[in-house]
Design a protein. Structure first.
Length: 223
């Protein structure tokens, strides 16, 4: 039913990252996030590592030059730069900030205001625009009974939709504690247009609902 949404090799590496002690990523509500662009024209990629160290940190992913990331908490490195928490393609890890540059305020994706952040898709010619599939899982039946889909990765952002236990979502981007998702449509005739590569990286403008959800309640699933 779900095609090209999940890569087994990716899942194995994710598991390996947890077994190797991938550093925990702070909540987006606890720390200010900084939007940056990967600036590595030489190598063509920025390494996302399991620990804030080039020697002991396992390389979890190669982030292509030009990719936009949201950096979380940073810690000084031994060479004068900083290791910062980041998420990419389902991996939570660390990157060196000497290989990124801030996104100018005028270029930060925004639609209606400061509490609006569109979900970004694509940017890698070798992966689907939203390369993973997730499922809402673990909601407390005695709680609200739904997972909030919000307009930005913060609990104060506008509520766009209420997701139920078992609802499927395409995972398009991640920041610490949050996932930018496109909601899998209940109508099979609707195509969300995220199951193939999209270039360049861009805000999602398709027919399906999109927004931000707490990553705590999303479980990765296979096709």
């Amino acid at each position: 039913m779900f095609y090209n949404a999940f890569h087994p090799a990716l899942f194995l590496v994710v598991c390996a990252g947890f077994l190797l002690g991938t550093a925990p990523v702070a909540s987006a509500e606890d720390h200010q996030l900084t939007l940056v662009t990967v600036n590595t024209p030489g190598d063509g990629f920025l390494a996302l590592r399991s620990e804030p160290s080039a020697k002991t940190g396992v390389r979890l992913a190669k982030i292509p030059h030009g990719t936009q990331l949201s950096l979380g908490t940073c810690t000084p490195s031994s060479k004068g730069s900083n290791w910062c928490q980041a998420s990419y393609n389902g991996f939570n890890g660390w990157v060196l900030d000497q290989y990124v540059r801030p996104v100018q305020a005028a270029h930060v994706p925004s639609i209606l205001g400061e509490d609006q952040r569109p979900v970004m898709i694509g940017g890698d010619p070798e992966f689907d625009a939203c390369g993973m599939l997730g499922e809402v899982s673990g909601l407390n039946p005695a709680g609200d009974g739904f997972l909030a889909l919000r307009s930005a990765p913060t609990g104060q952002a506008k509520l766009l939709h209420k997701l139920q236990e078992g609802d499927a979502v395409y995972i398009c981007e991640e920041v610490p504690g949050w996932m930018g998702v496109v909601v899998y449509p209940s109508n099979p005739m609707i195509n969300c247009d995220v199951s193939s590569p999209v270039m360049p990286r861009q805000p999602y403008r398709g027919e399906c609902k999109s927004g931000w959800v707490s990553s705590k309640w999303i479980e990765l699933v296979a096709d």
